[in-house]
Ligand binder design. Structure first.
Ligand SMILES: C[S@@+](CC[C@H](N)C(=O)[O-])C[C@H]1O[C@@H](n2cnc3c(N)ncnc32)[C@H](O)[C@@H]1O
Length: 430
């Protein structure tokens, strides 16, 4: 795309946030769709603003509701989101105030609402005048206690119930920017060898003794900065997600089903651990399935890749059976809120029961394709017991051929550590 199609980036941010909060689109998907409007040099700032607004949304809304007697609605709703973009920059970026306000006010023209330029300018300037007292009210007023957690109340209720001692730590971890973890391809480099390559690029990292492949970068970088990324030397993958392939313990020559596999983060790890395993990777979403192929190609790995529904395996794997199955089930993603803060505003309490039923149905359908003596690893990036512990307890009660191996693993998100994740290893007996 040429530069002419690049827009005022504050306007693009307001549009992206509108698409998430009014249209229910995921932030990553909407930013991909809008990316042709954003110059490469601006991409990091757009990400920073949009993800940041999602992270602190209740705080920004509190300021706007304090400053305006009537919030913007209807055809002018997009300007409400532009105001969030403006205030976020003032509070959370190093952009000088005058530039943050000036650029945000200019975006009103791009959004073809020129008649409201004065209003947007006025609200932002009033915010600058009242900033200190508004911030104090937000952080200290006991009426704002729920809002201060920056989480929706339905999720807070569930977290408090499940983790009466830890919910605050979870909420704090969810409100941080996520660390960037790498999975080193041990077929190419040891962790210490790759760390050395990183040092040569002035990229600092920590290793993590518990997992042989994991490295945490002290500050995130674009993948184009990672040595030999295109040659498959490393994959970007959170620490907790890296347990999946080790718990599955695939062996060369075995038949493995990677169910709900897209975009293939765990498929490629399975093949790094057992390069001669016969892997079938299946996912319901054709556009995401394409990305499994791209990831396999980067790592020069072979697998059978199919679009298929976990609810109807008879349509795509009739007559086959597997030594091991990884079911990385669709879930609330409540363990990865710090990576996808839009989840807080896209999910509804009622989604949890629906997801729990979907997970149960996929697990039950897929179980009959596991050989006797085989292993199934059930995984989610959720921290809610309904999708995890209670799900597995119900399955064990209903299926006498299933036995739990080892303990259930519920990882909670930790600051600078891994995401929230859950694993259960199930063995099939006759
Ligand atoms: C947690 S993501 C998988 C991440 C992947 N395993 C990885 O490591 O890269 C869950 C996946 O489940 C897929 N999915 C949702 N419902 C499904 C269904 N009924 N059958 C198959 N896949 C489904 C989604 O398209 C999504 O890609």
């Amino acid at each position: 795309m040429n530069n002419k199609s690049h827009q005022n980036i504050r306007a693009v941010c307001a549009q992206a946030i509108f698409n998430v909060l009014e249209e229910g689109q995921s932030l990553s998907a909407t930013l991909t769709a809008l990316s042709y409007q954003i110059a490469n040099k601006d991409k990091a700032l757009v990400q920073e603003i949009c993800f940041g607004v999602m992270r602190v949304l209740p705080e920004l809304n509190f300021y706007i509701h304090s400053l305006m007697s009537k919030v913007l609605t209807g055809k002018n709703r997009i300007l409400h989101y532009l105001l969030l973009v403006g205030i976020y920059q003032i509070l959370y970026t190093r952009i000088p105030e005058h530039a943050a306000v000036g650029e945000t006010v200019n975006a009103v023209n791009t959004l073809k609402k020129t008649q409201l330029k004065g209003l947007i300018n006025g609200v932002l300037r009033e915010f600058l005048r009242q900033q200190a007292s508004l911030q104090q009210t937000f952080t200290q007023d006991s009426k704002q206690q729920n809002q201060q957690t920056l989480h929706p109340s339905w999720l807070l209720t569930r977290l408090k119930q499940a983790y009466p001692q830890q919910w605050q730590t979870i909420v704090n971890a969810n409100n941080q920017k996520p660390p960037m973890w790498l999975r080193v391809n041990l077929n190419q480099y040891s962790v210490s060898e790759y760390q050395q390559l990183l040092v040569e690029q002035q990229i600092e990292s920590d290793s993590f003794p518990e997992l042989p492949s994991a490295l945490r970068l002290l500050s995130p970088v674009g993948v184009n900065k990672l040595p030999y990324f295109d040659e498959g030397a490393v994959t970007v993958q959170d620490l907790s997600a890296q347990y999946a392939a080790y718990l599955l313990a695939p062996q060369n020559g075995e038949h493995i089903l990677d169910m709900c596999a897209a975009p293939g983060g765990k498929t490629t790890h399975i093949l790094e651990v057992a390069p001669k395993a016969q892997v079938l990777a299946v996912d319901i979403d054709p556009s995401r399935v394409k990305r499994i192929g791209e990831n396999l190609a980067r790592l020069k790995q072979q697998a059978e890749v199919k679009v298929g529904d976990g609810l109807t395996p008879e349509n795509w794997c009739k007559g086959r059976s597997f030594d091991r199955i990884l079911l990385d089930a669709p879930c609330s993603a409540t363990g990865v809120i710090r990576r996808h803060p839009d989840i807080k505003w896209l999910r509804r309490d009622s989604d949890i029961a629906q997801l729990t039923e979907l997970q149960h149905a996929i697990l039950t359908n897929i179980w009959s394709y596991l050989k006797t003596g085989g292993t199934l690893v059930y995984a989610t990036c959720s921290i809610l017991p309904d999708e995890n512990k209670l799900q597995i307890e119900r399955f064990l009660q209903e299926n006498t051929s299933a036995k739990l191996q080892g303990e259930l693993k519920q990882f909670l998100p930790t600051e600078n550590g891994g995401d929230g994740f859950f694993y259960a290893i199930l063995k099939k007996h006759s």
